[in-house]
Design a protein. Structure first.
Length: 366
């Protein structure tokens, strides 16, 4: 099969889960004998440089000059459209949401939708953010839409009124972090609970702070380490103080995958308090590093985590605190969750993701 991927996400991201997703399935498809082309004439994506020769139609630049991203998108659209038309794909996969398609007329179009965060939590985004509008346009023009979870599929049906026959669910693959040759020492005076990612709004980091502060045992016995997301805001520092937590007890750490892997390995548990996720990779990362998972039980989380984590209502501080206590004070529960976590990872492979995606492409050729 001759498959084309458009420029959109590779022009926008240097790194990121979405561009990694397309890079991995493109690589797998090519390895299985399909003819694959990624049309991104001028991109800044790091994943593309590791792909086999001939897959990428374009070249990487370190960065775009200030205030030229919009011009770069237009350039990539026009040149990519021309090159894709000359290449004549049998199916094209749009990698993100754009106002106009670069796909040649008559070529079946597939689109992946990752989540409905912009529609469900608009208050978390700038009024100038047009993602929801562009997503609807892209969904309307696509011949078929892949959702990365059943939760996202149900949201698309409910919020956009998309016919069920136009939607399929394909779970993402998961890849282990590369082994670290030399570990960086991370010292914590007490056992710690690990939080990963951005902390705004629906991510509910404030809910985790309230839950720990509501439990005398947790407040006394554990630190909280937040990886990524930048330094704490004034509002977060004020909440930490108001809850009676010390600034030494709640810490923010940045770094690369090596640092994150070591944090997972050293944590007593990973806590995922988010109100909503389209899929959610951090619980799988924690499982891969033998770190027990304690998670919100909303949206896609039960679907991804299965029985390999303890779930709670993220709106209830008491329920979150009880779930954390149930795990961190029980060696047998920790062992059980670690074992189930290793088994759960077998459900998420890039090979399975690629095969299911190819099956959808073939269905559009009939």
């Amino acid at each position: 099969m001759k498959v084309a991927f458009d420029h959109q996400i590779f022009c926008l991201q240097s790194y990121g889960g979405i561009s990694r997703y397309f890079s991995r399935i493109a690589e797998q498809m090519a390895a299985e004998g399909n003819e694959v082309g990624i049309f991104s004439p001028l991109h800044r994506n790091f994943y593309l440089k590791d792909l086999p020769d001939g897959l990428v139609h374009g070249r990487r630049v370190e960065s775009y000059p200030p205030r030229t991203t919009r011009l770069a998108l237009i350039y990539n659209h026009l040149l990519g459209q021309r090159e894709m038309r000359n290449w004549q794909p049998q199916v094209a996969h749009e990698t993100y949401f754009s106002r106009f398609s670069a796909v040649p007329k008559g070529c079946p179009v597939v689109l992946t939708v990752y989540d409905m965060i912009h529609e469900l939590f608009p208050e978390n985004f700038s009024p100038r953010d047009k993602t929801a509008e562009l997503k609807r346009r892209a969904v309307d023009r696509a011949d078929h839409v892949i959702c990365i979870s059943q939760s996202t599929r149900q949201d698309l049906i409910r919020l956009f009124g998309v016919p069920e026959s136009k939607l399929s669910v394909v779970h993402l693959g998961f890849e282990q972090f590369k082994p670290v040759a030399e570990k960086t020492a991370f010292e914590s005076p007490k056992p710690y609970l690990l939080y990963v990612g951005s902390r705004h709004g629906y991510k509910n980091f404030s809910g985790l702070l309230r839950a720990v502060a509501s439990s005398a045992r947790l407040k006394s016995d554990f630190d909280i380490v937040a990886f990524g997301g930048g330094g704490f805001s004034e509002g977060e520092l004020a909440q930490i103080q108001q809850l009676g937590l010390s600034f030494d007890q709640v810490r923010q750490v940045g770094g690369n995958d090596d640092v994150l892997g070591q944090l997972y390995e050293g944590a007593k548990a990973f806590v995922y308090p988010s109100l909503y996720e389209g899929f959610g990779l951090p619980p799988l990362e924690a499982m891969a590093h033998s770190c027990p998972v304690i998670s919100s039980g909303t949206s896609s989380m039960p679907e991804v985590i299965g029985n390999a984590g303890v779930l709670f209502d993220p709106e209830s501080s008491d329920e979150m605190a009880q779930a954390i206590e149930r795990v961190v004070y029980s060696d047998s529960e920790i062992t059980r969750l670690v074992t189930l976590g290793h088994e759960r990872l077998n459900h998420f492979s890039w090979q399975r993701c690629t095969e299911e995606t190819l099956s959808i492409y073939r269905s559009l050729q009939r």
